[in-house]
Design a protein around this ligand. Structure first.
Ligand code: AMP
Ligand code: GLY
Length: 425
């Protein structure tokens, strides 16, 4: 029986742990640092995701057979390189490959070089030059911090002044630290967003079903962006024709291009897309599973996840047949009021068991912790309540039925998750 180690503590990681816990090949699962929900299927160990030597020591001591990395920060820090150097088996891209997410300037240059459809852009390391450029260009524009900023380093500028303010925030005030040493300014794209994830071993690319995130905090996509307030899969905006285009114009050229650059890419590749008039454009690449897209995706996955992740490392993905439940799945994120700004922690969560009894519903934990035998809130995004249904409407109904059973002081969730999919039916 194998021992598996999952790194992270969000809803994505709970879903990965939950999925792996049904693998007949796995005897024990560990998770660092994990959360209250994860502790039901895995042994949680209090090592932060940035403590790469500490994580490697643990994997060595426990003779872990496979480590799976949830978040982007350890990937860009080179966790895969360090584990491999120590002879430890780990799934994900190495640091040079993870730059596809870690540096927007790198990702944009790469896309330009390999003719991968994306918005026109310029990169600047001098704020004055960036401001001269926005003066020449017509707004609207999108101003992005180059490095990782937990989804918050992207600002839409409708006026020249807004673009100048965004440049100041990123490059002068350094709101995102060194992530703002460079700024990427790009053309504003219209359309509907979708997420396209795939498994890859550096040669073969096996797509997952399409999905769609809901980034804004309020209904109708209003208010500031968050890590993601809900997701569903499949996303009807990604027709089979568009899906083919995404594979042909984006996913395969990206994997081939990265190999040609000496940055062979293995693991999960996630393209954040804008679909406009039947054409897909890349907004960004992520080098990992999405959160909350993983919740609906993995409840739909019929295969054992373990051999698929192993195949991304051994290069045997070509031999894998991955099967997916055809039914739609919907995830509604329940958050602490105040998120994505300031919020309180430590509120007692009630109704979890009742929610889990709703047919085809799964309650994945994100910011939760144990306190005196009770499960309490411990983050901005707290739960990802996910359900399968025979139709998108039924999946929405089941997810919200489960959501309605759960409460705590100051609970917040969007009420319109899945409504775009309904409109397209
Ligand atoms: P990113 O982290 O680059 O995906 O950007 C975060 C969000 O900003 C995206 O999900 C979009 O909603 C929006 N966005 C980013 N780039 C553009 C663009 N070029 N045009 C329109 N919206 C964008
Ligand atoms: N759902 C957006 C992300 O995972 O980055």
């Amino acid at each position: 029986m194998k021992k598996v180690f999952v790194i992270g503590s969000g809803g994505r990681e709970h879903t990965i742990v939950w999925k792996l816990s049904s693998s007949p090949q796995i005897g024990e699962i560990f998770c660092a640092p994990g959360n209250a929900g994860i502790s039901r299927q895995a042994q949680c160990v209090p090592i932060p995701v940035e403590d790469i030597p500490g994580l490697a020591d643990f994997a060595e001591k426990e003779s872990i057979d496979l480590t799976v990395v949830g978040p982007e920060v350890p990937l860009t820090m080179g966790i895969v390189d360090i584990f491999q150097k120590r002879g430890l088996i780990i799934c994900g891209p190495n640091a040079r490959a993870a730059e596809l997410e870690g540096s927007k300037a790198f990702a944009k240059e790469f896309m330009k070089k390999y003719n991968i459809p994306t918005a026109d852009h310029r990169t600047f390391s001098d704020p004055e030059k960036a401001k001269e450029y926005v003066k020449e260009r017509c707004t609207p524009l999108v101003v992005k911090a180059d490095g990782l900023a937990a989804g918050k380093g992207v600002m839409l500028a409708i006026t020249e002044q807004q673009a100048r303010d965004a440049i100041d925030l990123i490059m002068i005030k350094k709101d995102f630290g060194t992530a703002g040493n460079k700024v990427v300014i790009e053309e504003f794209l219209l359309g509907e967003e979708a997420s396209f994830l795939a498994f890859t071993d550096g040669e073969t690319v096996v797509p997952m079903p399409s999905s769609q995130d809901h980034k804004a905090i309020y209904d109708g996509d209003q208010g500031p962006n968050t890590g993601g307030m809900g997701a569903y899969s499949p996303a009807p905006v990604v027709t089979s024709e568009i899906s083919e285009k995404v594979m042909k114009k984006i996913m395969i050229p990206t994997i081939k291009g990265m190999a040609a650059e000496g940055r062979k890419y293995r693991g999960i590749l996630y393209a954040g897309l804008m679909i406009d008039k039947g054409e897909p454009w890349v907004l960004e690449f992520n080098t990992r599973f999405g959160d909350p897209e993983t919740q609906p995706l993995l409840v739909k996955m019929k295969n054992d996840l373990l051999p698929v992740l192993e195949a991304t490392i051994t290069g045997n993905l070509k031999e894998m047949q991955i099967e997916w439940d055809a039914r739609p799945a919907v995830c509604v994120v329940m958050a602490s009021s105040g998120y994505p700004g300031k919020y309180e922690k430590g509120k007692i969560i009630s109704g979890l068991e009742a929610a889990e009894q709703v047919k085809e519903a799964f309650v994945f934990h994100a910011g939760t912790a144990w306190n005196n035998g009770k499960i309490v809130t411990n983050g901005g995004r707290v739960l990802g309540v996910t359900a399968l249904g025979n139709s998108i409407q039924e999946a929405i109904n089941q997810a919200y039925k489960a959501v309605s059973k759960i409460t705590w002081e100051g609970v917040y969730h969007r009420k319109d998750i899945g409504s775009k999919a309904l409109k397209r039916k």
